[in-house]
Design a protein around this ligand. Structure first.
Ligand code: NAD
Length: 257
């Protein structure tokens, strides 16, 4: 079975990895639901453009993934959810003793708790359909740590733990739950870290990219949104029907170190 005619909801998908995954899914014939917390003409235009380009149903639903009711509301408004891709995420970089509590709370809410709320709301729809895929976009930071990223590392480790629980609770129901652990992908989330890192290490942009960001990525290349979309397609395919409760690294060898 392919994703043709299935509906994929991708949280945090008006930019970066989420948008890239949505485009790959739509190209393979899935209907897609895009999401973020904003409600701008350009958000809806992204969905319109996907529907025109790939001939699928595509829509944008505003829902703030830091809010439990919005998370559930996203799934309820969509009404159908064969493939749930929990992707929304933010980052903040600071020493733990200087880490603002508000940032800790926001990162845990958006990067971890949102996946709990959406999964809890989506599983009944998947059970009704007799098929489902939960794909959580974790991170290499779900398997390893870096300094100054306490909330992000905690949230991403949490996502991988929760993925295993969802897999066990759905193991006999034609539903799988897996995490994808990207290394560095050059998106807005990574771009935002560059100025701070340049200041912290007194380096120029190129040196930060090569010697700091890609320092732990042995391939010395960024992973791409298309590669992550392809990994989602694989996890949604029949070939992956017995793959559940695990995580797949797309990190150029980072976690092999
Ligand atoms: P990005 O900043 O380009 O995208 C993040 C998305 O989340 C955006 O669409 C944004 O609108 C959305 N979002 C943020 N707050 C939200 C909220 N409150 N409610 C709804 N949506 C919200 O970043 P990205 O790099 O594409 O990150 C996507 C995911 O991939 C994140 O979970 C991130 O942790 C993970 N990731 C990224 C990298 C990387 O190198 N870029 C590496 C590993 C994991």
């Amino acid at each position: 079975m392919s994703v043709l005619g299935k509906t994929a909801i991708i949280t945090g998908s008006n930019s970066g990895i989420g948008l890239g995954i949505a485009r790959v899914m739509a190209k393979s014939g899935a209907n897609v639901v895009l999401n973020s917390f904003s409600e701008r003409d350009e958000d809806h235009k992204l969905a319109y453009d996907i529907s025109k380009e790939f001939g699928v149903d595509a829509r944008y639903i505003k829902a703030d993934m830091s809010n439990a009711n919005d998370c559930r509301g996203l799934i309820e408004t969509a009404g159908v959810c064969d493939i749930l891709i929990n992707n929304a995420g933010i980052q903040h970089v600071a020493k733990i003793e200087e880490f603002p509590t508000s940032k800790w709370d926001a990162i845990i809410a958006i990067n971890l708790s949102s996946a709990f709320h959406t999964t809890s709301a989506a599983l009944p729809l998947m059970r009704q359909a007799g098929w489902g895929r939960v794909i959580n976009i974790a991170s290499a930071h779900g398997l390893t740590a870096s300094p100054y990223k306490s909330a992000y590392v905690a949230a991403k480790h949490g996502v991988i733990g929760m993925t295993k629980v969802v897999a066990l609770e759905t193991a006999q129901e034609n539903i799988t739950a897996n995490a994808i652990c990207p290394g560095y992908v050059l998106t807005a989330l990574v771009e935002k870290q560059i100025p701070d890192t340049m200041r912290k290490y007194n380096m120029d942009r190129e040196t930060v990219m090569k010697d700091v960001l890609l320092e732990r990525q042995p391939s010395k290349e960024f992973a791409t949104v298309e590669q992550l979309g392809g990994t989602c397609l694989f996890l949604a395919s029949d070939a992956a029907a017995q793959i559940t409760g695990t995580s797949i690294s797309v990190d150029g060898g980072w976690t092999a170190l």
